[in-house]
Design a protein around this ligand. Structure first.
Ligand code: WTA
Length: 648
């Protein structure tokens, strides 16, 4: 929350209407009508969306709600891969391009729906032969490439659930996620390119798997071909695994409530939470939000710049767009390699129509200057999206003018790993307000409330909640239903609490202000302060550590650590660097503290909890002592007492 420039957020009141020529062909021409229809009967609304898709057996009821556990479309049978691939093969889309990928070195791969389906089928066969079937888990650890999506789809096709681990996580992060799911097969790559260098994924995978007793087979996609080490008997190359297979593997018939994937995300304890999503509800949520929010049309080339290792890539590179039969663009590597014009060159070269990215990237490009985008023809763009953190009005306007040429609507989409699909945004045919995400998506009962669950008046901040279940919601935490109930449904009793603070203006636009809990948002990546603290105390020199987020112009916030050393260890620059690198080794480079301070003590509550809010206030040079003044800026937001329960 510290990273928000509240003044500039609150000053901005301008409404930017959608351009007239956009309105003419919009997928949802009358958003207000769609919303009011959904308000009258949200279950009927979602059932209508579900009816656009193929089901092997129709649902008996739309929703069984046994608070806080939802069962969407009980009785229904389906497979999300049938909707993402199989059904398109019966239509003209069979030979339409599904995925178009460019590597950082310019290497290119193109898959039509028929080709993609064949490759998915071949890997699915290979996985089946390795003994993977319904209910098993497949872990995927790769950098951005079509094979990452193919591995996800192949797992889902045979009824296994996938566990995608972001390629930027370290060996230890991978190990913990594999061991939590007791996974038998890991799909990885020899490496991936980033800033001109090979990211040694296979080496990290080897280090992890050495401590993963359940892993029997490792499938290695040779992206770089640099001769990564292979372990005889355990490792097999992707080419070998799929050789001689026809790709006609059968798609498994699943119940709507069968798990599709688990994706680990940071909470406020040291251990990431396994968010579980399912075939039926997630399929409906990602289908409709992709179509309506991105105004997806068959002629579009859609580029979501996320990595499929995060939820944004799951929902808006792989499942949502493919269910809609869209053409998806993917790019490997860094936005500034070989130079800062790369993204704009790709947009010009391929004629990309929709760009969905994060404010941190937009701010980085702002700093690099207009001279980069201005060298390229970006006129193919017709819609822009933002996700991952609040977008400040300055970055919004730059994105709108410099990238969108003033003619593209911007959708600022608020959602979370837990929500599965976007819950708050404007639809592209309605006016946007820079800095505000907008309105609850039709069928979503979101609100800004006080701790008792009463709606806040406009202009007064509070908890962002969802009152009623929605199809793409998480239905539990992996192997931990009690924590699921406690973390999401008990902070404001009876409502899903997102962990974000928000405020609604007089026109009903919701501005999301940032996290209210000890979760950081570093360049759109979600990291728990306790996760970083646990990594620090795992070092022999450290007795205790506290981590806070400090504002950063580009990354929104960056971690800063306060460390108490064991006796016998002296503060030094070497140790400072070593401890920060230790965090990178334990979690991944994204978690490396930007700065670290050695201290003799840490401020604590009487019950012994570290008062991170005091550390933050000290860091900002604010008056310390009266904790009630430590709310975010001028917007009054209910906060837990420092002694209060922390979110999980
Ligand atoms: C933040 C990413 C403001 C928020 C899809 C949320 C946002 C967390 C926005 C989830 C937005 C995401 N405006 N804040 N448009 N989008 N957030 O699980 O704090 O990686 O709780 O999902 O990102 O991060 P996650």
């Amino acid at each position: 929350m510290e990273g928000i420039d509240l003044d500039s957020v609150l000053e901005e009141q301008d409404k930017i209407p959608a351009p007239a020529d956009f309105l003419a062909g919009a997928v949802v021409a009358d958003p207000a009508a769609a919303r009011s229809r959904a308000v009258q009967d949200s279950e009927a609304f979602w059932a209508e969306a579900a009816a656009d898709l193929d089901w092997y057996r129709k649902w008996d009821r739309v929703l069984d709600w046994d608070f806080p556990f939802a069962d969407w479309f009980p009785g229904a049978e389906c497979n999300i891969v049938h909707n993402a691939l199989d059904r398109h093969l019966e239509t003209w889309r069979r030979h339409k391009v599904a995925l178009l990928w460019e590597g950082e070195d310019g290497h290119r791969q193109v898959f039509t729906y028929a080709e993609l389906s064949r490759e998915v089928g071949r890997l699915a066969d290979a996985l089946r032969e390795m003994g993977i079937s319904r209910g098993d888990c497949v872990t995927i650890y790769m950098s951005i490439c079509p094979q990452q999506a193919i591995a996800m789809l192949a797992s889902a096709k045979i009824g296994a659930f996938h566990n995608v681990v972001f390629g930027g996580f370290s060996a230890d992060g991978l190990r913990d996620r594999i061991n939590d799911t007791q996974c038998k097969v890991l799909v990885t790559a020899d490496g991936g390119l980033y800033r001109g260098k090979i990211v040694p994924l296979k080496e990290a995978a080897d280090k992890a798997v050495a401590q993963c007793p359940t892993i029997e087979k490792v499938i290695v996609y040779e992206r770089c071909g640099h001769g990564a080490p292979m372990t005889e008997g355990r490792d097999i190359t992707w080419e070998e695994a799929v050789a001689g297979r026809s790709g006609n593997a059968k798609t498994e018939v699943m119940s709507a409530g069968d798990p599709l994937f688990v994706l680990y995300t940071s909470g406020t304890t040291g251990k990431p939470k396994g968010i579980v999503h399912h075939h039926g509800g997630y399929m409906v949520g990602t289908y409709l939000t992709s179509k309506w929010i991105f105004d997806l049309r068959d002629t579009d080339l859609f580029w979501c710049t996320a990595d499929p290792g995060w939820i944004t890539g799951h929902s808006y590179i792989v499942y949502g767009p493919l269910i809609n039969g869209a053409t998806v663009f993917m790019a490997e590597g860094s936005p500034d390699t070989p130079d800062a014009g790369r993204w704009w060159r790709l947009i010009e070269r391929y004629g990309i129509n929709i760009l969905y990215t994060a404010p941190t990237a937009i701010r980085m490009f702002m700093r690099l200057g207009e001279q980069w985008p201005s060298q390229y023809d970006l006129s193919s763009l017709r819609l822009l999206g933002s996700v991952g953190e609040p977008i400040n009005p300055k970055a919004w306007h730059w994105y709108h003018q410099v990238i969108g040429g003033g003619k593209c609507p911007i959708v600022d989409t608020w959602w979370q790993t837990e929500t599965g699909s976007v819950l708050i945004t404007t639809l592209p045919a309605e006016a946007a307000k820079p800095g505000s995400a907008g309105f609850p998506f039709p069928g979503i009962d979101a609100d800004v409330v006080d701790k008792q669950g009463n709606s806040r008046p406009s202009g007064v901040g509070g908890y962002l909640v969802v009152r009623k279940p929605w199809p793409s919601m998480l239905t539990t935490l992996y192997k931990d239903p009690d924590r699921y109930r406690e973390v999401y449904w008990e902070i404001v009793p009876g409502m899903y609490t997102a962990g974000d603070a928000a405020v609604r203006d007089a026109d009903g636009y919701i501005r999301v202000l940032g996290r209210m809990d000890d979760v950081l948002n570093v360049a759109g990546h979600r990291l728990g302060t306790m996760e970083i603290e646990s990594a620090l105390v795992s070092h022999a020199a450290v007795v205790e550590a506290a981590v806070i987020g400090i504002p950063d112009e580009i990354k929104f916030e960056v971690p800063k650590a306060f460390v108490i050393l064991h006796s016998g260890y002296e503060p030094s620059e070497e140790l400072n660097n070593e401890l920060r690198s230790h965090v990178a080794d334990q979690i991944g480079k994204i978690a490396r503290p930007a700065s670290l301070e050695f201290v003799d003590s840490l401020p604590k509550t009487r019950s012994g909890k570290i008062m991170r809010r005091l550390l933050k206030a000290q860091e900002r040079g604010e008056l310390v002592g009266d904790t009630s003044t430590l709310d975010p800026g001028s917007v009054p937001v209910d906060q837990d007492e420092p002694e209060g329960r922390s979110r999980g």
